[in-house]
Design a protein around this ligand. Structure first.
Ligand SMILES: N[C@@H](CCC(=O)N[C@@H](CS)C(=O)NCC(=O)O)C(=O)O
Length: 240
């Protein structure tokens, strides 16, 4: 059986978790707590993902390290040809939406998540120093630098403003897509990877307390979509 390396609270992991739940993909769980830096401290994880990020998937000798790539790999290999994944009339648009979300996540949603959710509570000097020491050992230097910056609370007002603007654009795009598609889903008439990505995006932005009308009445299609997605059993995968 495939093994999924993930953290329940990781944005990129959540996309895969909700998608696997929708598509009834079974897997062994290898859990990490990112906030305890377990993925950095576990030396053997470097052999799975040298970049030291989650999610990652191991299927026999094959390792896939990236949310969109994991969903595509599993869809191609394990879903029947009748699945909407193989619908060539929407597959490129679905792929592009997922890839664009990765660029929204890193750096924008990641910056706001660390700023508003993960690092905002006062940490003791000892705890900060502990995290800084671990950050220096991150297999990916940029990620280590980001973690150090986050724990020092060094995000600039410009970075926060740029992140908020990117999020506003992304939400406008979702509203337009839903308005044009006239279906319960983002693309076509069935649940795709893009829906897994979009519900994770909407949930995270709510958790971040993003104050934009785009998450409320001003975007009726998105509001109705969010309520529909919440009713699906896969949504439970996102709550813990
Ligand atoms: N583009 C990648 C992003 C992966 C990513 O940034 N994962 C985060 C969690 S959401 C992570 O592992 N962070 C830990 C770190 O940077 O040390 C994907 O979509 O899988």
């Amino acid at each position: 059986m495939i093994t999924l390396y993930y953290d329940h609270n990781s944005y990129a992991s959540m996309k895969v978790l909700v998608y696997f739940s929708e598509k009834k993909i079974e897997y062994n769980s290898h859990l990490f707590e990112l906030l305890k830096q377990e993925h950095i401290l576990d030396e053997t994880y470097k052999l799975i993902n040298p970049k030291g990020t989650v999610p990652a998937l191991k299927d026999g000798d094959i390792i896939v390290c990236n949310s969109t790539d994991i969903m595509e790999y599993v869809s191609k290999k394990y879903l029947p040809q009748s699945d909407v994944y193989f619908d060539s009339s929407i597959s490129l648009a679905v792929h592009n939406f997922c890839k664009q979300d990765e660029s929204l996540h890193d750096p924008h949603i990641r910056t706001l998540s660390y700023y508003n959710l993960w690092m905002h509570n006062t940490k003791s000097v000892e705890e900060k120093n502990r995290i800084l020491e671990i950050a220096a050992k991150h297999p990916n230097k940029d990620r280590g630098a980001f973690l150090a910056k986050a724990v020092r609370g060094k995000f600039t007002p410009e970075e926060i403003a740029i992140a908020n603007a990117a999020i506003t654009n992304a939400l406008t795009d979702v509203e337009q897509k839903l308005a044009n598609n006239k279906s319960d889903f983002l693309f076509g008439k069935k649940y795709t990877m893009a829906d897994a990505v979009c519900i994770v995006r909407l949930l995270r932005l709510r958790r971040l307390g993003i104050k934009t009308e785009l998450l409320k009445d001003q975007s009726p299609f998105t509001a109705a979509y969010y309520e529909r997605m919440k009713q699906r059993s896969s949504f439970n995968k996102l709550l813990n």
